[in-house]
Structure formats: structure tokens, C-alpha cells
Design a protein around this ligand. Structure first.
Ligand code: ADP
Ligand code: MG
Length: 255
């Protein structure tokens, strides 16, 4: 079985990469998890997962220069496919090959998490949302962030992708998270999975090049991400069906 989730937000800096790896590690306690850095223009999974020095990444795979297997690294109980950060690598990468990459990885895992680009302004940027079964929307508890998140939801629903839920991240002590969550409940199809505080532990984990759940597993933020993961009931979709669906996914026209 396999289910693919895109972790998306419509804006940079909301904590998509942090959330992808935290949810991935939490889900890895009960599932085989594969994390793919599908943010191929602003990749940063590698910096969060201690993979900054690896030679082969998704860029080489998308350029047709390497097999998928060469870019898969076993880290923190997950299979992690990092992406490179060079402009040359990005330019050589053919985003449409992501379909085949996901189809291949779907055969050997239970959960695929696609760390997704912030903007939704190109084919390659919306592709993770198109390919995923469901989207996890990462929001800061502000009105502009909610409105960006609603655009993500609109894209998702247009392409037949469901909404798994909303993770509020970087929530300050004095924020009216109840009020914002209520609003989100009205507008978003999924439930609120968790509310993660603005936290020194998260920043320290990033500096250490480790996912939060490895660096500070006892922190409140880590605990909240575990709660979010336990609210995600991973569905049992036959991997052959998923692979076929990825291969035949219609890629949107360049806008
Ligand atoms: P994105 O992938 O959406 O661009 P990141 O996960 O890379 O966002 O996070 C952006 C920056 O914000 C990173 O430096 C990260 O450490 C920091 N950050 C993310 N979530 C939190 C949080 N809950 N508390 C403090 N810092 C955070
Ligand atoms: Mg990121």
C-alpha cells in the first residue's frame, strides 16, 4: 500500500521542509516512509537532513543522468531523496520526470511525502500537488497565509487531490490560534492536524542539520508534529494503481 502526500503552503518560510521531515519521522514509527524534495528550485531537505555533501540528488535523476535508486539515502528511519541546489542542476532537470520517480518509489514504500515548492507559478511547481493523493497544508496563523493556503487547496481540488489537513506552524504565544483554526475549519476541507509553536528547538535542529524529531524529540514542537502525524490515517492504496496513476498524470500546461 502507498499514499502520497504533498506538503505545501503557497508561501516560503512557513515550515514545509521542517514539517515534511518531522511528519516523516513520526510516520516512520509505523510505516515505511519516503521523503522526496520536490522543491527542485529552492531545495533544502538536504540541509535539514545532513545530506549537504551527497553527490547524487533528484536533480541528476530528473536530468536523466542517474537512476532513482542512486539518489535514495536511508536517514533517520526514512528513505530520503534530496535535491541539489545549483542553478545549473535546476536548469538541466526535466520536472515531468518526477512522475516516473514517484511511480518507481511507490513500489517500495507506504508513505511518500513530497516537500513542495512555495509558489504555484509553473508546471514544475504545481506538479507535486497534482501527483499527490492528498495535500498537507502548512500555514502560519495569519490571514495572508490562510489565503495562500486556500490557493493551494483550489489547485489541489482542481486536480482531484484531496486535503489531508492543516498544520499551523510558527504559532506565537499571544496568537489567537483558536480563532484562526475556527476560520480554517470553515474554509479548508481537511481538519486542523496540529498547532506547532515558534520554537528555538526547531531553529537549533536546522542549524544542526537534523530533523526536529532527531534533534529535540522531547520538545513541544516535536510532540505537536507527532500529534499531527497520528491524525493522518494513511490509506491503503495498491502501489500498482498509484504507480499507474503517477505515470499517466496529466501535467498542467505552462502558464
Ligand atoms: P519552508 O520549507 O516552508 O521554506 P522551512 O521548514 O525551511 O520552511 O523553515 C524556514 C525557516 O524557519 C527555517 O530556518 C526553520 O528552522 C524555521 N522554522 C520553521 N518552523 C519553525 C518553528 N516552528 N519555530 C521556529 N523556527 C521555525
Ligand atoms: Mg523548504
Amino acid at each position: 500500500m502507498v499514499e502520497a502526500f504533498a506538503v505545501a503552503s503557497g508561501k516560503g518560510g512557513t515550515g514545509k521542509t521542517t514539517s515534511t521531515l518531522a511528519l516523516g519521522m513520526a510516520l516512520a514509527e509505523t510505516h515505511d516512509v519516503t521523503v522526496i524534495d520536490a522543491d527542485t528550485g529552492m531545495a533544502n531537505v538536504l540541509f535539514h537532513a545532513g545530506l549537504a555533501d551527497v553527490e547524487t540528488t533528484l536533480h541528476e535523476v530528473l536530468a536523466g543522468d542517474a537512476a532513482v535508486e542512486a539518489a535514495v539515502y536511508d536517514r533517520f528511519g526514512m528513505r530520503v531523496v534530496p535535491c541539489g541546489t545549483s542553478l545549473a542542476g535546476f536548469e538541466r532537470a526535466d520536472p515531468t520526470r518526477l512522475r516516473e520517480v514517484v511511480a518507481t518509489l511507490a513500489r517500495e514504500t507506504d508513505v511518500i511525502l513530497l516537500d513542495s515548492p512555495a509558489a504555484l507559478d509553473s508546471r514544475s511547481a504545481v506538479l507535486p500537488i497534482v501527483l499527490a493523493d492528498r495535500v498537507i497544508v502548512v500555514l502560519q496563523p495569519t490571514v495572508p497565509s490562510l489565503s495562500d493556503g486556500l490557493k493551494v487547496q483550489e489547485y489541489a481540488l482542481t486536480y482531484g487531490t484531496g486535503i489531508a489537513g492543516v498544520v499551523f506552524n510558527r504559532v506565537a504565544d499571544d496568537e489567537d490560534i483558536e480563532g484562526v483554526a475556527r476560520k480554517a475549519g470553515q474554509y479548508f476541507e481537511g481538519e486542523t492536524l496540529a498547532s506547532v509553536p515558534e520554537s528555538d528547538a526547531v531553529r537549533a535542529a536546522r542549524r544542526a542539520g537534523k530533523p526536529l524529531l532527531a534533534h529535540a524529540p522531547a520538545s513541544t514542537a516535536a510532540q505537536r508534529f507527532r500529534e499531527a502525524a497520528s491524525g493522518l490515517t494513511v490509506r491503503d492504496i495498491a502501489s500498482g494503481d498509484v504507480a499507474d496513476r503517477f505515470r499517466s498524470a496529466v501535467i498542467p500546461e505552462e502558464s
